[in-house]
Design a protein around this ligand. Structure first.
Ligand code: DX5
Ligand code: ZN
Length: 222
């Protein structure tokens, strides 16, 4: 039985009261807080950055899962780590050298992860898999919350999972985008262990019940 975790993407939360959002996530039993950083270049949208991460980190003990959708992630690793990141994931398609970026993240004493856009074959990250704690497969095109799950990604996750198993690599597969109680079981069955949920969670009147339902739906798949 695989160990799996739910990471809440606050992109679709009430950003006018982040302290209350963090408290609500703790109460709802989330395992991680997913923090989406967008620079308006790597993706067409702009979200939030270092000072906002630092502010939320001060109000919660939740594990901070920081997803950098920015053109040159290596430049900002020390600042995000000092602001409270426990895991930093960055895109293999960005301009930074992947190995140097992984090393820079580890030098800050935190976990490193590498991310694939939907159109990037999983083999693009193969050389880095022995060195990262997480590989994040985007299940929507990065940039916006609330998009529909890309079903083709189930096979990609399955292939990646088979490769990790065949090589006895321990890095965990994270998936991000369009996940809900209907889509999550399929991707967990394929090998995902960390599920990012945004609009599914924040659209519900009772997030605690939504998390519980998701856990029940995927429990027997892992
Ligand atoms: C998209 C972001 C996701 C997004 C997920 O670029 O990386 O984390 O917020 O949101 P949902 O769950 O609404 O697809
Ligand atoms: Zn994300």
């Amino acid at each position: 039985m695989r160990n799996f975790a739910i990471s809440a993407s606050i992109l679709s939360a009430d950003l006018s009261n982040l302290a209350a959002v963090a408290e609500g996530l703790e109460r709802a039993g989330l395992d991680m807080l997913h923090f989406d950083v967008m620079d308006g270049h790597f993706v067409p949208n702009i979200s939030f950055g270092i000072p906002v991460l630092e502010a939320i980190d001060h109000c919660t003990s939740l594990f901070m899962d920081v997803h950098l959708m920015i053109q040159d992630p290596i430049r900002y690793i020390p600042q995000f780590a000092k602001a409270g990141a426990d895991l930093i994931t960055f895109h293999v398609e960005s301009n930074s050298d992947p190995q140097k970026t992984i090393d820079a993240i580890h030098a800050m004493g935190i976990q490193a992860g590498i991310v694939l856009r939907p159109g990037t074959p999983w083999e693009a990250v193969r050389p880095y898999l022995p060195d990262v704690e997480v590989v994040l497969v985007m299940t929507v095109e990065p940039g916006f919350g609330g998009q529909s799950f890309l079903w083709d990604m189930v096979e990609k996750v399955q292939k990646l999972h088979d490769y990790l198993t065949s090589q006895q690599l321990t890095c965990r597969i994270e998936v991000d985008g369009g996940l809900n109680a209907e889509t999550a079981p399929h991707i967990v069955q394929a090998g995902a262990e960390i599920l990012v949920v945004g609009s599914y969670l924040f659209r519900q009147a009772d997030p605690q019940a939504a998390v519980q339902l998701l856990r029940e739906k995927v429990a027997h798949m892992a």
